[in-house]
Design a protein around this ligand. Structure first.
Ligand SMILES: Nc1ncnc2c1ncn2[C@@H]1O[C@H](COP(=O)(O)OP(=O)(O)OP(=O)(O)O)[C@@H](O)[C@H]1O
Length: 505
């Protein structure tokens, strides 16, 4: 062992040269032209080991030099930062308990250095608090002593994958990770540019708009953009999901009710049309509106007037109506589920948002936007998507569109150590059921976590409902599907709202 200098040199190995930057964790030392004439580099990854236990240093140095790494060992924290600057290690293996310093403080200093090597923290004191602290301070991996060399090799390999992913030119790199503007509609395809233009035109007037698009394509986002760019942006924007409210209550939610209008109407209540005033009301899932109420909405669209439930006074509202649907509305009309006259009244201007799979050229841009948002929310620094991972994202069919993409990226960022999303991280996420990471592990149905046999969709839905005490919103979050989709699937599987204290068959 040579605790004060570079370890014994192993056999050099060749690797295809990739474009490298100053901070490359796997920096290239020298170049030569390979047998096939391509440029290759003679590359040895440098590893700095900081451990005050000579025997541990010796074992690690032997193991790593045998694996062709260039190793430098030191017993003390003093001088580590200078050594990192001169030796430029790709990886630092750092003991948390050092004789002359707290390893976690050293970790802070390393993370603040310009070199930013991947730090693998090792310690005999593998309690949860230290692990959490180390990971929060940016440790790449945490390995308890006695070190399992297979675990260490795996961590070093992952660091290599990450570094190469970061250097690869065909992945996605975000240079301005903290430059996040919320509520933006992102897109550069011809279809999205047309939508931006239409939003611009519609922002100058208050005509009724119908927005069509699959679930999660951004219908509400577009409706908000029309409102907040319009002349009445200071007035309220009120959204109501017509499928989320039981039939009997929807009328009073929309138009309000007088005191005593029905059992439980203890006092008068304003409806959304009154609340919106001169603003905008978004009638989401308009196709789910009962026919009886469609007639009242038609009257409002014709005269801008209505009466509260149980009331006789005629009230005027100047609210702009935007309706949205993920159904084929014309087909609904054809089948008699939606009034033809109302359809034409709503359809003064139409925006059709294409499904994400039909504008996959937008995916890198949307991924970049969502990653900025997710990093901010999760306090992470994931600023790169590996080439194969990006390809996978572009090629998937995204039935849940941008919402599904956001859920998946959130899970990917949570599972990512370091700063790049690798394809290896995505593969299992695509195979797992749509679980939303913002839900505590405890709230995920137990059966789903423990069962060996894959659950049917019906069982998954029932589990989610049971575990959330039949709260549709939370169950939808667990399953990663919207409220209307959940209701639709419940209907399809014959699941009806459960009376208390009864289990579902
Ligand atoms: N083009 C886009 N750029 C950025 N974010 C987007 C885009 N489209 C959708 N989103 C995001 O995706 C999520 C779903 O969008 P939104 O709720 O507007 O969809 P929707 O079509 O109204 O869904 P649903 O039909 O289920 O009500 C939101 O978080 C939204 O911010």
């Amino acid at each position: 062992m040579n605790p004060s200098g570079a370890g014994t040199c192993g056999k050099e190995y060749e690797e295809v040269n990739v474009s490298c930057n100053r901070n490359s964790a796997f920096a290239t030392n020298s170049h030569k032209v390979g047998a096939e004439g391509r440029s290759v580099s003679l590359q040895r990854t440098r590893i700095l080991i900081v451990d005050d236990e000579p025997s541990a240093l010796e074992v690690l140095e032997m193991h790593l030099t045998e694996k062709n790494f260039e190793v430098y060992c030191t017993l003390e924290a003093k001088g580590v930062i200078d050594k990192i600057a001169s030796f430029k290690p790709a990886i630092v293996i750092l003991d948390v308990r050092l004789a002359d310093a707290d390893g976690l403080d050293v970790l802070n200093e390393i993370r603040a250095s310009s070199q930013k090597p991947y730090v693998i923290v090792v310690t005999a004191f593998h309690d949860m608090a230290t692990t959490i602290k180390a990971i929060k301070r940016g440790a790449f991996e945490y390995i308890p002593k006695p070190i399992d060399l297979d675990d260490l090799d795996a961590a070093i390999e992952r660091a290599g994958d990450l570094s190469r992913a970061h250097l690869g030119s065909d992945g996605l790199s975000i240079s301005d990770l903290h430059d996040f503007e919320p509520k933006e509609i992102v897109g550069k395809t011809k279809e999205m540019k047309e939508i931006f233009k239409t939003i611009g035109i519609l922002s100058n007037n208050t005509v009724t708009v119908l927005i069509e698009g699959e679930t999660g394509t951004g219908k509400e986002l577009v409706a908000r953009a029309i409102h907040y760019n319009g002349p009445h942006r200071e007035e309220p924007f009120v959204a109501i999901n017509c499928s989320a409210i039981v039939e009997g209550l929807l009328e009073s939610e929309l138009f309000g009710h007088e005191k005593g209008a029905f059992t439980g109407a203890a006092s008068f209540k304003k409806g959304k049309f009154e609340i919106a005033a001169h603003g905008t009301i978004l009638l989401d899932e308009i196709c789910e509106m009962p026919l009886s109420l469609q007639a009242k909405l038609l009257r409002f669209l014709q005269d801008k007037e209505f009466q509260r439930v149980g009331g006789e006074k005629t009230i005027r509202s100047e609210a702009r109506i935007i309706a949205s649907t993920n159904r084929d509305m014309f087909e609904m009309v054809r089948q008699g589920f939606f009034r033809r006259d109302l359809y034409y009244r709503l359809n003064v201007a139409t925006i059709r948002i294409p499904a994400l799979r039909h504008r996959s050229a937008d995916i890198p841009l949307i991924v970049e936007y969502l990653l900025k948002k997710i990093n901010l929310n999760l306090n992470k620094q994931v600023d790169h998507v590996e080439q194969n991972a990006l390809k996978r994202l572009r090629e998937y069919h995204w039935p849940g569109n941008v919402r599904e993409l956001e859920n998946l990226l959130t899970r990917a960022v949570m599972h990512t150590q370091g700063n790049a999303i690798l394809d290896d991280v995505l593969v299992p996420l695509f195979q797992s059921p749509q679980l939303c990471e913002d839900v505590d592990a405890e709230t995920i149905p137990n059966k789903q976590l423990s069962s060996d046999k894959p659950l049917t969709d019906r069982e998954l839905i029932l589990n989610a409902l049971e575990s959330t005490k039949w709260h549709y919103g939370n169950a939808g979050k667990i399953l990663g599907i919207s409220y209307p989709t959940l209701r639709k699937r419940m209907r399809a599987f014959g699941i009806v709202a459960k009376p208390h204290n009864q289990s579902h068959p």
